[in-house]
Unconditional design. Structure first.
Length: 290
């Protein structure tokens, strides 16, 4: 870019999501200065050494008053507290967005703690993660050709949403829009439930006396299915609780599906099993070919 989109961006949480956002904007010359806040001084030092941030922040009033954009890239369970802390110090033109994996809870927190700034809070969710975390996992191409979901609020202006959309597009992302409710229902089914299932399978094996023997024979199928069980327990605890209602509905549907499979096995109903497997195979094959 000939002229940076932002003069100053302030990021809370300079790990995989926040750090990659900063690196992508810096690679595109879309920001002059990135300031990082976080719980760990060591992570902030790493982030500066890795070129993710220009410096770490210590004074909220000094850093937020003239910030063009604030990104909340922490686990969703921490966002309410951060919103309450930053609200008194935000500038009159500062935009705020987030990278949380759930949206209804984050939006509710924003209405409570960012009421005076709600027109400038544009919720977002980048669909580009990894089981890795921390500043050392951040990379400039994380969002390249990956989806980012915006869930604009009625109070947001068209120009405000467009500016945040452009920021993510400069990171290489493909940006879509949903309502917060639509977002949480969709991701309960295709993201949150799969993570719970993966954690549950590994937890089940972990409690068995012969777990080492079992794992010694586990091959690529087990590895692929359980890769996401290496994700952050803290983050997925927060996501599960934040999207509890939608996730409980999806778990109920999955348990019903398991019961159907169990009955087919108990009755040695090969036709039913093949029918289920065939439908699943067809949908999976069509999805991956898109």
């Amino acid at each position: 870019m000939t002229k940076p989109l932002f003069r100053k961006v302030v990021i809370f949480g300079v790990g995989l999501i926040g750090g990659s956002f900063a690196l992508a904007l810096r690679r595109m010359n879309a920001v002059d200065e990135v300031v990082g806040f976080g719980r760990s001084a060591q992570t902030l030092v790493q982030a500066q050494q890795l070129g993710i941030i220009n410096r770490s922040g210590s004074d909220l009033a000094a850093e937020l008053g003239d910030a063009d954009l604030v990104l909340l890239a922490t686990p969703v369970g921490q966002m309410a507290e951060i919103m309450a802390r930053i609200a008194p110090h935000l500038g009159a033109h500062t935009l705020i967005t987030d990278g949380g994996s759930t949206k209804c809870d984050v939006v509710n927190d924003a209405y409570k703690h960012l009421a005076a700034h709600i027109s400038r809070f544009i919720p977002a969710h980048p669909i580009a993660g990894s089981e890795q975390s921390g500043a050392t996992s951040a990379r400039a191409d994380l969002y390249q050709n990956k989806k980012v979901i915006l869930t604009p609020l009625p109070e947001n202006s068209t120009d405000t949403v467009a500016r945040v959309r452009l920021a993510w597009e400069l990171c290489g992302a493909l940006v879509s829009e949903l309502t917060p409710k639509q977002h949480d229902e969709v991701f309960a089914a295709v993201s949150h439930l799969p993570h719970l299932l993966s954690f549950a399978l590994v937890h089940d094996l972990a409690q068995r006396e012969n777990r080492d023997l079992l794992l010694s024979f586990a091959a690529s199928g087990f590895r692929d299915f359980t890769r996401i069980a290496a994700s952050s327990p803290e983050m997925w605890r927060d996501i599960s609780l934040a999207n509890r209602d939608a996730l409980l509905i999806e778990m109920g549907r999955y348990m019903s599906e398991l019961e159907t499979l169990r009955n087919a096995l108990a009755e040695a109903d090969g036709n039913k099993l093949e029918e289920i497997f065939s439908i699943a195979r067809s949908v999976r094959s069509n999805w991956t070919s898109q």
